[in-house]
Design a binder for this molecule. Structure first.
Ligand code: FAD
Length: 398
């Protein structure tokens, strides 16, 4: 069977789904992507915007730390217009943070992350607004991502192949299964207000924090924990680099300079419903206080906004406290193995930084299913500018 006669439906329109569409289109498959809102209207369009080199996870989550280092280097190469490679600095503010200093650097090195201690005087020269009482500073290759541009560049790349169809404002409302496979899905189109039945050879569930809901439509139990968090932005850039607290990954310990803003994040709790992401009032106070520990003048900058979005954590939780312990790693779940549904894969977990790698593992699995020997090319082709998506008339509103 040639790839161009194989139709794959991808449910979701965040970074993971879009990067998967791009990878499969490059390998010659016909792909339809179905997103209930705009592209990136889920967590992708609302995250912190840190290009993770993995240092944050080096102490406790070694796999994803290594993966972030690898992927951030690839993204810097293939998506230069969406990445600001401004580096990151971890700072210790007290003796407790200081205790982590050496272990942190060692853990980074073990995950192949080039972390480098620098003199405090140099740190304060690089970052004039950072708390002058810092006790240590470590440089790492973090950066800033423009989440929307990055995802849309992948979409432009997919459309350029002529193998992709994107349907926005189209929600999957039911999945029809027959014995051990999915026969079709029912999609509600919010533009025409009509329902369609769509058939494909294979279905990919790339709906992030909603992945458990989609799986349940096919009577599959998938352990995905929606875990919302709040971020708060002030106007103006208080730092050049991404500044993080040098301690065990926690709440309110990263400031990312993003476009003309500085964003402090985040908090974390668990929820059954990724659609309900109201910002708890106490998060605003907490984030402002946390930011001012790192930057004494943070709260002098004009408040811009605060918002929340849901992480798509893979695994199940016991309570709000232990959710920080859940891994940020990702996995492609082949539902033929455990759930006896032979034509569906769910891709779950991960970070925005790892979207390309997530797409690669799913696309490899699809090739394996159809016995197609077509290698991944997304790690070496420079992505088109995101503007091509609009200039090319690909955005579905011609
Ligand atoms: C507070 C916070 C801060 C973060 N900061 C960072 C960071 O700095 N750096 C980083 O690398 N990562 C960060 N992340 C993680 C990152 O945002 C996510 O891992 C990533 O955006 C998930 O992308 P996705 O495509 O898998 O999911 P999403 O972007 O959520 O996409 C899923 C899509 O599925 C769609 N959908 C759902 N149900 C249906 C349906 N029935 N039919 C059709 N479509 C449907 C949704 O509308 C949505 O657009 C952060 C996450 C949070 C919550």
């Amino acid at each position: 069977m040639a790839q161009n006669s194989i139709h794959i439906v991808i449910i979701g329109g965040g970074g993971t789904a879009i990067a998967t569409m791009y990878d499969l289109c490059l390998r010659g498959f016909k792909v339809t992507l179905i997103e209930r809102g705009e592209l990136t209207s889920g967590t992708t369009g609302r995250h912190h915007g840190q290009l993770h080199c993995g240092a944050r996870y080096a102490m406790g989550d070694r796999n994803i730390a290594r993966e972030c280092m690898h992927e951030s280097s690839i993204l810097r190469k293939i998506a230069p217009q969406s990445i600001e490679y401004n580096m990151g600095m971890f700072i210790s503010l007290n003796d407790e943070d200081m205790q982590y200093n050496n272990q942190f650097i060692e853990a980074c090195h073990e995950a192949d992350i080039p972390a480098k201690q620098i003199p405090i005087s140099l740190a304060l020269e690089y970052e004039k607004e950072v708390n002058p009482k810092i006790k240590s500073a470590v440089l790492v290759p973090d950066g800033t991502i423009d989440p929307w541009r990055l995802a849309i560049s992948f979409a432009a790349g997919a459309m350029k192949t002529n193998n992709a169809t994107i349907r926005i404002y189209s929600e999957v409302i039911a999945i029809n299964t027959k014995s051990n496979y999915i026969d079709s899905i029912i999609v509600k189109d919010y533009i025409s207000n009509k329902e369609d039945r769509i058939k494909a050879d294979y279905y990919i569930n790339a709906t992030g924090a909603w992945a458990g809901k989609i799986a349940s439509m096919a009577n599959i139990k998938l352990d995905v924990t929606p875990s919302p968090g709040t971020m708060l932005a002030v106007k103006g850039r208080i730092s050049n680099m991404v500044i993080s607290r040098l301690h065990k990954a926690g709440d309110g310990d990263i400031v990312v300079p993003q476009r003309k803003l500085s964003i402090i994040g985040s908090t974390q709790w668990i929820s059954d419903n990724p659609d309900i992401n109201l910002v708890p009032k106490e998060d605003i106070t907490f984030l402002k206080e946390s930011a001012s520990k790192m930057f004494p003048n943070f709260n002098k900058l004009e408040f811009h906004t605060a918002w929340a979005a849901s992480r798509p954590l893979f695994g199940s939780y016991k309570n709000d406290k232990d959710v920080r312990e859940l891994s940020r790693d990702f996995a492609a779940i082949d539902h033929s193995k455990k759930d006896n549904i032979n034509n569906m894969i769910s891709i779950v977990g991960g970070k925005a930084t790892t979207l390309r790698a997530m797409a690669e593992i799913v696309s490899n699995l699809i090739c394996e299913k159809f016995n197609i020997n077509e290698k991944c090319k997304t790690d070496s082709i420079i992505l088109p500018n995101y503007k091509l998506f609009y200039k090319g008339g690909y955005h579905g509103r011609k």
